[in-house]
Design a protein around this ligand. Structure first.
Ligand code: HEC
Length: 112
């Protein structure tokens, strides 16, 4: 019996897609649908888009904005980017860590 369970577990772990975490899927989607082009590869922001992470907007506000914005950013409608996919992107952005506290480095004081 345990051999069967082991085989089932191995199958689960080795199947692409099944073992993938929402954050990993979200990161791939973030790159695939082009958010990175304006917001940077880790949501750090750039000349074309704001910083999205760390600490992304609350989910409701985030989803509402991405699906319906009518400003400079093109809207990603529900039909083009379903809420489930956007949620994975959001989960990815939530995993982006805060930068280090630079006050630990006296040499960098002039740049703060
Ligand atoms: C063509 C450039 C561009 C792309 C591509 C883009 N954005 Fe944006 N985004 C912007 C700009 C510019 C803003 C600032 C608001 C505005 O003027 O539209 C913005 C604002 C936002 C905001 C609101 C941030 C805040 O703090 O108010 C969110 C959330 C966001 N984008 C998420 C995304 C996601 C998720 C994607 C990919 C699905 C994406 N954006 C793709 C340019 C872009």
């Amino acid at each position: 019996m345990y051999k069967f369970i082991l085989a089932a577990l191995l199958l689960l772990v080795s199947s692409p897609g099944l073992a993938e975490t929402p954050a990993a899927r979200g990161k791939a989607l973030y790159m695939k649908v082009g958010c990175y082009q304006c917001h940077g590869t880790v949501g750090q922001g750039g000349t074309a888009g704001l910083r999205l992470a760390p600490d992304p907007l609350p989910w409701q506000q985030f989803a509402q904005f991405v699906h319906n914005t009518a400003g400079i950013m093109p809207p990603y409608r529900e039909q083009a980017l379903p809420a489930a996919d956007l949620k994975d992107i959001y989960t990815y952005l939530q995993t982006i860590p805060k930068p280090r506290d630079l006050s630990r480095y006296p040499l960098l004081a002039p740049f703060r």
